[in-house]
Every structure is written in structure tokens, then in C-alpha cells.
Design a protein around this ligand. Structure first.
Ligand code: DGI
Ligand code: FE
Ligand code: FE
Length: 194
């Protein structure tokens, strides 16, 4: 894989607002650091980090339209909360407009918001980097999770999933089936491996 990072960054700067672009750089660097720690492919981690939110600044109508036009299934919860679709739409945009071919990179973009049972190491790295990048300030347990991320990916993943479900419950926001399934899968996984 030979990605032209400079070109990708330039295009992203146009597609995203300033805050989202900053976040994107934070995720790309954090994902690269985690890739070094876990011997993941550095270029893939950097590229997936850069592109994970590439559809974030599209309007809800546009995200829905992309999914509908390309027969990407929309769950009832996504229809009610179209911001969730920035992951599915982003996977499509990464493929068509940023010419990403690598399936693992595309999956990392696709699953970065909800996770999925049986994530690849790269998918976990992007999911976690998105949550812990230096610009994030709000989530509880950030100090602990940042430390955990460099000790054990699955422990960090499960803690983020637990805190996300707790947060969604507190704000009374509907949980996507995949978010719940991912938590259940990694919760079971942890107890099995004990
Ligand atoms: O795009 P970002 O803000 O960088 O991060 P993200 O794509 O991980 O989105 C984070 C938000 O998504 C966070 O506020 C929690 C929310 N989220 C994750 N899973 C679900 C969810 N929101 C709802 N309603 N349902 C979910 O299952
Ligand atoms: Fe996102
Ligand atoms: Fe993000």
C-alpha cells in the first residue's frame, strides 16, 4: 500500500471543518503510536485514522442519500440518528473519493463508531484512538483508558464500550444493535480468557 498522505490531508482539510480536521490529525497520530506498540501496519493505521471521519461534516440528508443510493442498509436507529451514518458513508467516500482499496482500512472506518464483534487489530486501534486522541477532553476515565490502551487493547476497548453504553443510557439515546453486540462479545471474551 502506498498512500499519498499529503494529498489525503489536503482534501480532508477541504471536506472537514477546522475542529474535525484537528481531531482527525489527533486520531491519525494516536493510531500510529498504537500501531507501533502492537506491531500493526503503520501506514494503514495512519490512513484509517486520517479518513475515519471523512464523511462527518456532510449533512444528514447527504449521508442518508449516499447510503440509499448505494444500497447501504440503514438501521431504524441510524435513520433516527443519522450522525451514526458518517461511518458507513465514510467507508463509501474513502473508497470512491480517496481511492482506498485495503479492506481492513475500509472496515476500520466502517466500524469506528459502534465497533463490531470480532474486530481486527486495526479496527480496535482506530476505535480506541478515536476515543483517546489528545484533543478529547470530555469522556470520564480518559486518563485510565489512555494508559490501558498501551497495555491491553481489549481491556481498553471494553472500558470504552462500557462507558459509551453508560453515557447513552444517561442521555437517553437509543443504542444501536451493533454497539450492544460488540460490548456483549468483548465482555464474554474477557471472562472466557480469564
Ligand atoms: O465521530 P466522533 O465524534 O469522532 O466519534 P464516533 O464516531 O465514535 O461517535 C461518537 C458518538 O457516537 C458518541 O457520542 C457516542 C455515539 N454512539 C456510539 N454508539 C452509539 C452512539 N450513539 C447512539 N445513539 N447509539 C449507539 O449505539
Ligand atoms: Fe466518527
Ligand atoms: Fe472521530
Amino acid at each position: 500500500m502506498k498512500a499519498d498522505f499529503k494529498k489525503v490531508r489536503k482534501q480532508l482539510e477541504k471536506d472537514l471543518d477546522a475542529k474535525r480536521f484537528e481531531h482527525t490529525l489527533g486520531v491519525a497520530y494516536t493510531a500510529s503510536a498504537l500501531a507501533m506498540r502492537y506491531q500493526e501496519d503503520l501506514e494503514k493505521a495512519h490512513l484509517a485514522g486520517l479518513l475515519h471521519d471523512c464523511a462527518k461534516c456532510l449533512s444528514n440528508e447527504k449521508k442518508l442519500a449516499i447510503c440509499e443510493k448505494h444500497h447501504i442498509p440503514i438501521t431504524p436507529i441510524e435513520r433516527k440518528n443519522p450522525f451514526l451514518l458518517h461511518a458507513k458513508a465514510g467507508c463509501h467516500v474513502a473508497k470512491k473519493q480517496y481511492h482506498v482499496q485495503d479492506q481492513d482500512v475500509l472496515n476500520a472506518i466502517l466500524n469506528h463508531t459502534t465497533g463490531r464483534p470480532g474486530m481486527s487489530q486495526l479496527e480496535k486501534i482506530i476505535y480506541i484512538a478515536d476515543y483517546i486522541e489528545p484533543g478529547r477532553k470530555q469522556a470520564p476515565n480518559l486518563t485510565l483508558i489512555r494508559q490501558l490502551a498501551f497495555q491491553d487493547l481489549d481491556d481498553a476497548l471494553l472500558t470504552i464500550l462500557r462507558d459509551t453504553l453508560e453515557y447513552l443510557k444517561n442521555i437517553d439515546s437509543p443504542v444501536d444493535l451493533l454497539t450492544q453486540q460488540t460490548y456483549d462479545y468483548y465482555f464474554k471474551n474477557k471472562n472466557l480468557s480469564k
